[in-house]
Design a binder for this molecule. Structure first.
Ligand SMILES: [Fe+2]
Length: 479
């Protein structure tokens, strides 16, 4: 049994719609589920229901309908435009919520894959023995997908044969490797196939440059369920990590790349929710890295800043795009909800067990130096270094980007605003580092690569402006 109520996060609108149809139009309204059972009704007592019409909800599967009844056809004809209007609104709410649910499910899947990758990465970092690495990878995937048997067969860094197994004898590995199924289907990518004895095989080639150097195989015995598409995806991800690597360090580097790409995909999903913030996370990450570079942070810390920048608005996935992209003034409730996005970010990222400084950077970018920020009202040095850096990057990008209610500010005006907030809102050192980086490190072309739409009051004299602004910022500090 499927019912529209199961597919609406907020069912108040459905109740209001049927109240309206019953009370304003004098109709008897019944909401039916997919099996024709009534799940709500209005106005049926004492109402003459001689004629009725059924209006199904528009959805990918049958989730029920609204039945409108009246004493005669004329009354129903008169009411029909109102009924269709209510139905269209309900259908568009269903569509919005379905899209949001799909994005959320995709995010959860990505998040659990990230979690898995971190778990594997944590176990193999520092292990210099390739065979041990493969055994750990095999055991971890084996547990994650609950296979019956599995093996990795490949070459070591000096071309020696490496074979690691789980619940398999050497004979069983050999016969599986020689099986017709694998010979025929050993294509260049991860596949699921059925062995001659009916067992389900999940096969992934290990590639080195353009040739195949080995394979990862998992087996689920005949009579058990076949491998699923998501299990195939997980193994394909691992295959993508280990295939191009030959040494443990390269293995780790590749994992880092994959991790960064997954984080970028998550950030793109958030930015896509609101056309006005399109590319925001990317730009904040780049500005934050610029500040970090100017402060003299090391490469690893700058890489971590990039990740924190990409993740800083992740929690916006929990807020409706109708609120995020609202052109007018936000209500108090809407503003309070938006202020919760760092808390949502924290909730999403906690299970991944990221290094603390990345998590702090992603969740503290709305904290302010005088304690007036959110979500925790942290002040001064209680705000982490990454939080103070990303705050400056975030505000600069917000000011220099177009919003539904205002145009993008020129670079000079945005920097002046940051300087006006030194010590009260933003960390002086971070603002000064950003100004210095714009002067010394970043050319106008590099800035244009980050944001093509940047505007200037006087681009030819930008450098002179930055020198004066830096002096102003230092003076402001002295006073
Ligand atoms: Fe934010």
């Amino acid at each position: 049994m499927a019912s529209i109520r199961d597919y609406l996060f907020d069912t108040a609108f459905l109740d209001q719609s049927i109240d309206y149809l019953a009370e304003t139009l004098d109709l008897a309204i019944t909401v039916l589920d997919s099996e024709g059972l009534a799940i709500a009704s209005r106005g049926s007592e004492g109402c003459d229901t001689s004629v009725s019409r059924t209006y199904p909800f528009s959805f990918s599967s049958d989730i029920g309908s609204i039945v409108c009844a009246a004493p005669n056809q004329a009354l129903l004809n008169q009411a029909e435009p109102h009924i269709l209007y209510c139905l269209a609104s309900l259908n568009s709410q269903l569509l919005r919520e379905t899209e949001l649910r799909e994005i959320t499910e995709e995010m959860l899947q990505l998040s659990s894959q990230l979690n898995f990758l971190f778990k594997v990465a944590k176990k193999i970092i520092g292990i210099d023995d390739l065979k041990k690495c493969y055994q750990i990878i095999l055991d971890e995937i084996f547990q994650a997908i609950k296979a019956d048997q599995g093996f990795i067969h490949t070459k070591g860094r000096w071309d020696e044969e490496i074979r690691v197994t789980h619940r398999m004898t050497d004979e069983e590995v050999n016969s599986t490797r020689n099986s017709i199924c694998l010979k025929q289907k050993a294509a260049g990518s991860t596949i699921i196939c059925t062995r001659e004895d009916g067992a389900s095989l999940l096969y992934s080639p290990i590639k080195e440059k353009d040739c195949q150097s080995g394979q990862i195989v998992f087996i689920r015995a005949s009579g058990h369920r076949a491998f699923s598409a998501s299990e195939k995806q997980l193994v394909a991800i691992i295959e993508n990590i280990i295939s191009p690597t030959f040494e443990t360090l390269r293995l780790y580097d590749s994992l880092q790349d994959l991790y960064l790409n997954t984080v970028k995909a998550l950030a793109a999903a958030i930015d896509a929710k609101d056309p006005y913030t399109h590319g925001h996370s990317f730009r904040v990450a780049k500005y934050a890295m610029t500040i970090g570079g100017q402060l003299g942070l090391g490469n690893q810390q700058i890489n971590d800043l990039e990740i924190a920048g990409y993740m800083h608005d992740l929690g916006k996935i929990g807020i409706s795009e109708l609120i995020l992209g609202k052109p007018g003034k936000l209500t108090h409730e809407e503003f309070c909800l938006i202020q919760k996005h760092p808390v949502f970010t924290d909730k999403i990222l906690q299970p991944i067990k990221l290094p603390t400084h990345i998590l702090e950077g992603a969740t503290q970018h709305h904290e302010r130096m005088d304690g007036s920020g959110y979500p925790n009202g942290l002040a001064g040095a209680n705000i982490s270094l990454f939080g103070r850096i990303i705050a400056v990057a975030d505000v600069f990008d917000a000011l220099t980007s177009k919003r539904p209610y205002r145009d993008a500010l020129p670079v000079e005006a945005a920097l002046r605003t940051l300087c006006d907030g030194i010590d009260s809102l933003y960390d002086r050192e971070m603002v000064l580092a950003f100004i210095s980086a714009l002067r010394a490190e970043l050319s106008k072309e590099e800035l244009a690569d980050i944001n093509m739409g940047l505007r200037y009051d006087d681009i030819h004299n930008l450098n002179q402006f930055l020198i004066e602004l830096k002096e102003f910022a230092l003076d402001a500090n002295r006073n």
